[in-house]
Design a binder for this molecule. Structure first.
Ligand SMILES: [Fe+2]
Ligand SMILES: [Fe+2]
Ligand SMILES: [Fe+2]
Length: 162
């Protein structure tokens, strides 16, 4: 992004970068939670759950990628060390102690609900700042998170209805 491109992000571009970095931290933790969950999950319908977790892991990583690009475009730097992910994340990491499909799904549904809340607030903030370029990216990510929650809820319903 050029000088004027950055300027139209508004006067609080540093604050925007900070918030984008916090979301970036969330995405890495969500990625790992799905990734490791897919490795250990067992119980009812576990092949279906494993497949969905793997797909969501891939999508969370894509979100991290998109956020990193945006941060760099705005003149910032994505968090450079994984220990910052825990410090900066908005949503907590839900360690999958229980490998049962239902337990894993419930943890990830919680994670998605947190992500939806974070992105909704971020979108409102970006709207106030007039940063429409970042807002556009965030809308795309928010759409994915809404879909993720629904996918997991449907799987949980299927398992509970069996
Ligand atoms: Fe995400
Ligand atoms: Fe998600
Ligand atoms: Fe999905």
């Amino acid at each position: 992004m050029g000088k004027f491109g950055r300027e139209i992000a508004g006067p609080n571009v540093d604050r925007i970068i900070e918030k984008l970095n916090k979301a970036f931290a969330d995405e890495w933790l969500a990625y790992y939670q799905y990734w490791v969950g897919a490795k250990i999950v067992k119980g009812r319908m576990h092949p279906n759950v494993e497949e969905e977790l793997e797909e969501h892991a891939k999508e969370e990583l894509e979100h991290a990628e998109e956020l990193a690009k945006l941060i760099v475009q705005l003149g910032g730097k994505p968090l450079l060390s994984p220990d910052e992910w825990f410090k900066e994340a908005n949503c907590k990491y839900n360690k999958p102690d229980n490998p049962d499909t239902k337990a894993i799904l419930k943890q990830n549904i919680e994670g998605e609900q947190c992500a939806i809340k974070v992105y909704k607030e971020l979108l409102e903030y970006l709207g106030k700042e007039g940063d429409h370029v970042s807002a556009h990216e965030i809308i795309d990510i928010l759409e994915d998170e809404v879909e993720h929650e629904e996918d997991l809820e449907n799987l949980l319903e299927d398992i509970e209805g069996e």
